[in-house]
Design a protein around this ligand. Sequence first.
Ligand code: ADP
Length: 327
Amino acid sequence: MKVSILKTLKDQKGQYVSGEALSNRLGVSRTAIWKHIAALREEGHSIESSSRKGYKLLSSPDIILAEEIQAELATGVFGREMIYMDTVSSTNTVAKEKAAENYPEGTVVIANHQTAGKGRLGRKWESARGTGVWMSVILRPDITPAQAPLITIFAALAVARVLEQVTGVKPGVKWPNDIVYHKAKVCGILTEMSAEIEQVNYVVVGIGINVHHNIEDYPAAIRETATSLKAVTGQRFERKTIIKNVLEQFEEVYRSTQDAKKELIEEYKKYSLTLGSMVKVTSRDGMIEGEAVEITDEGELMVRTKDGTMHTIFSGEVSVRGLYGYV
Ligand code: ADP
C-alpha cells in the first residue's frame, strides 16, 4: 500500500493528490492513507500536506535498489550479478571474498556505507552513509600481473567520461586514477589483485565517488582536498544513475582494451592533470622530481628529470605541483 501511494505521488510529479482521490483509488480509508504518508516521511520522503489540496511529494531519499539498476542496465556481464549491502567493512574486502568463492567476472558489490573504506597503502577512504557510490567490480582478465595497471587507468577513464556526461563539467584525472574537480578529489579508485607470477586470478576494482557530501561533512584533514558532485555543481544526482553509467562505460572500455588501447590512452590523456606538470615521485627506489612528459600505451608515466634523464613510472606516489598542497 505504502509503495502504491508513493508511486501515485511520484506519477503526479510535484502536483497535489487529494486524500480522497488516494483513498478511492486504493480502496482504503483516508486515515489509513494518512498513516502510510507518516511512514513514508519516516523513511525520508519529504511530503507536503494541505488539508484542502492533499499530498505532494517534494523529494525522496536517494536509495540504491539493485533490481532497479539492473532493470535499466545495458551491459553484457558487468552488474549482472549485483550484491547490495547497507553496511560493509569495505566493498573491496567483500568483493575479494566473493571472487575467492568463484563469483563471475562483472560481479559488483555496492554498499550504502563502508565502516573501513580503503585507500592505497592502507589509507582510509571516508565513506559516510548514503553519501556516495561505494562499489567494487570483480574482473577475471586473461593478462599478466604487469598489465594490471592499465585496468586502473581505464577505470578512471570510464568514471571521468560518466562524470563529464552526467554533470556537464569536465573533470581532471591525476595519474593514475584520482578524479579531480577544482583541485579536489571527487573519486578514488583502488585496484587489488590476486595473481601468480604469470597469470592473474582476479582483479577487484574499487570505485568511490563522492556524491551528496557538503564540504563541512568531511573530516577537517581532507576538507581542502576532497569534493563531491553536489559541492561542484550545486545539484543532486541519483547514485543509481551514476552506478548504471559507470558500469556501462567501464565494461565498454574494458572490452575494447585490446583493440583500441591507443585511442583509449589518447582519450585518457585529455583528462590528465599530471601530463605537462612538475611532479614528485616517491617509490621504493627513492624520490625524483621532474616534468611528466608522456603516458605510454601501457599507461606508464614518463618523467624527465632536470638532467634530461627519462624515468618510466609504473606505480608509486606521485605528487602533482598545485594539487593537494604540493607547491
Ligand atoms: P592518493 O593516492 O591520492 O594518496 P588514496 O587512493 O590512497 O589517495 O586515497 C586515500 C586518501 O584520500 C586519504 O589518505 C585521504 O587523504 C583521501 N580521502 C579519504 N576519503 C576521501 C573521500 N571520501 N574523498 C576524497 N578524498 C578522500
